[in-house]
Structure formats: structure tokens, C-alpha cells
Ligand binder design. Structure first.
Ligand SMILES: Cc1ncc(COP(=O)(O)O)c(C=O)c1O
Length: 313
């Protein structure tokens, strides 16, 4: 992780070391924050952000789901802020982390007394599951931690407090010697991983759990679109744990992890135990797309505009 020079904090770019919050910040005590994870890729036409509008719309939706009606910044302002932060740090490619956090108003449990604030950080971040995983596939275990019930912790919002569930599952998986945790929903069906959506391939058809029980991943949507463009059938339906064990291929998608195969689940080899042909084809087209060389690049890339620089406070 390469540290950035400046971080956007409520309309101003501030030096990295000064982007701090107070110990009594409500967000820290109750997880009252929402975030996004977005990637900017290096293209021949300069840095471009992958599906920025969709990510910022989900960011705003997450606030709404949490219960914040007066969203502090509109989508256009947030978009300009993301562009300005990338420009100011001069990254060709980077990971982008907008965070809305409840900044002030005491430690009562009523959102309506709290004041929201927004920060945007960028940093250089390679593939989340590692370059080797990207080529050979990763090893995963089905977690003993259950994924959120949609009526307990919302599954459509990237609310910071929700991620305690992901952190516990991922940490357990890594301590047990695996790379990632696959999480089942409260009914016992396959939901998603700690930070990725999951797919399986059987007889050249691609299956993934329905949107109702998972985070509506933007990479998930991109991969479904690319798969259909390439002529594959994609079916959204409930998947059981043993369907994963007997699949030809299993793969995961996410902004941080991109598109990665799973070669082993719970000590059972998936397919041939390597990244399969469908996963390879989708991964290849995805990587072409994000660098501006795919059929969908024009639709999905938001090139970082040269614009007025925001004053560093
Ligand atoms: C729980 C969970 N599922 C799926 C995803 C993948 O979503 P996206 O492709 O929009 O990054 C993420 C990452 O944001 C996640 O945290």
C-alpha cells in the first residue's frame, strides 16, 4: 500500500497526517459509517475510474439504507472530489475509498442527532487476493459465521459495522490456512464471500446467488454482462454448498479482488484444481475492459478529468 499525499475531507484536500478524527467520533463507537471501494486503472488515455457513477450511487444508497436522508454531498460533487483526489496524488492507478462517517453529536443511539462527514482517500493497492491467486486460483473454506440476514444487518449497504461479520469470517479462514471465506445465508444457501460475490460454472452455464441475499456487486454486474456478451448463459438462483463442491469452476468477483478462480473448497478440488476456461475468459475480458480495450470500456470508464485543483488546506 503506497500512502497518498493528500486526503479529501469535507470539501478540502488535507495532508495525509492531518486526516484524523476525534476519539469520541460516533462512527468509531457504533460502526455508523458507510463506505465504497472503487478502482482507478491506468489506460492509454490516462487514469480512468471503473463504473464511478454506479459506485457513488451505491454509496448514496448505503446512506439512505442506514437512515440518512440529508446526504451531505450529491453524486456530481462526489465525482468531482474523486477526480480531484486522484489528480492531487498523481496516481496512474489506485484504489479509492470514500467514507461517510457520523462525525459529531454525542454517543446516543439516535441517528437524527448526529452530523455526517465525508472523506475520500486513494492509495496504490495491488490485487486483494494476490497475483498468484489471480493466476492459479485461491483456496477457500465455508465459514462457520453466517452472512447477514437482510432484516438484521442490511445486505445491500456497505455499512462499516456490517463488516465485523466479514472480518471475523476472513480472519478465521486465514488462520485456518485458506485465502478466503465463503459465507452461507441464514437459510444455509451460498451467499457471498467476505468481500466478493461468488459464481459457479456447470456445463458451461454460469450460476450466481440472487441479488436479494447479497451485496449487489458492481463487478458482479460487469461480469454477468461480459459473460452474456461472450455468449454464456447466466442464471441467478439459490446455490447449495454441495453444488460448489461438484462445480466445474467456481470464481469470485469484487473491486478489490477483481475476478479470481477458486481451486479448492473445504479440501475438495474444484474442477481440475486450476483456474478453469470460463473463469479465464471472463478474467481476460474484464482486464481488457478496465484498461480501455474492451467492448464495454467506453460505457464503464470515467476518465479522470483535468480540472481545477482543490486547494490543500
Ligand atoms: C460483502 C461483499 N460482497 C461483494 C462485494 C463486491 O462488490 P463490488 O464488485 O461492487 O466491489 C463486496 C465488495 O465491495 C463486498 O464487500
Amino acid at each position: 500500500m503506497t500512502k497518498s499525499e493528500v486526503i479529501w475531507m469535507n470539501g478540502k484536500l488535507v495532508p495525509y497526517a492531518e486526516a484524523t478524527v476525534h476519539f469520541l467520533t460516533p462512527a468509531m463507537h457504533y460502526g455508523l459509517a458507510v463506505f465504497e471501494g472503487i478502482r482507478c486503472y491506468d489506460t492509454t488515455k490516462g487514469p480512468a475510474v471503473f463504473r464511478l457513477r454506479e459506485h457513488l450511487q451505491r454509496f448514496i444508497n448505503s446512506m439512505k439504507i442506514l437512515g440518512i436522508e440529508a446526504v451531505p454531498y450529491d453524486l456530481g460533487t462526489l465525482r468531482q472530489a474523486v477526480h480531484a483526489t486522484i489528480r492531487a496524488n498523481a496516481f496512474e492507478s489506485c484504489y479509492i475509498r470514500p467514507l461517510m462517517y457520523m462525525a459529531e453529536g454525542g454517543l446516543g443511539l439516535n441517528l437524527d442527532n448526529l452530523v455526517p462527514a465525508v472523506g475520500i482517500a486513494v492509495w496504490d493497492w495491488g490485487n486483494f487476493l494476490g497475483d498468484e491467486g489471480l493466476k492459479k486460483g485461491i483456496r477457500a473454506m465455508v465459514s462457520s459465521f453466517t452472512r447477514h440476514h437482510p432484516n438484521i444487518s442490511m445486505t445491500k449497504a456497505k455499512i462499516s459495522g456490517n463488516y465485523v461479520n466479514s472480518v471475523m469470517a476472513k480472519t478465521l479462514a486465514i488462520r485456518a490456512g485458506f485465502d478466503e471465506a465463503i459465507m452461507l445465508d441464514p437459510e444455509g444457501f451460498v451467499a457471498e464471500c467476505s468481500g466478493e460475490n461468488i459464481f459457479l460454472v456447470r456445463d458451461n452455464t454460469i450460476y450466481t446467488p440472487p441479488r436479494a441475499i447479497v451485496l449487489e456487486g458492481i463487478t458482479r454486474d460487469a461480469i454477468i454482462t461480459i459473460a452474456r456478451d461472450l455468449g454464456y448463459r447466466v442464471i441467478e438462483e439459490l446455490i447449495s454448498r454441495d453444488q460448489l463442491y461438484s462445480a466445474d469452476e467456481v470464481f469470485v468477483t469484487g473491486t478489490a479482488a477483481e475476478c479470481v478462480g477458486i481451486r479448492e473448497i473445504d479440501y475438495r478440488t474444484v474442477g481440475e484444481g486450476a483456474m478453469g476456461p470460463v473463469t479465464s475468459a471472463l478474467q481476460a475480458e474484464f482486464f481488457q475492459t478496465v484498461i480501455g480495450k474492451g467492448e464495454r470500456s467506453a460505457e464503464w470508464l470515467d476518465y479522470v478529468q483535468s480540472g481545477e485543483s482543490v486547494q490543500v488546506a
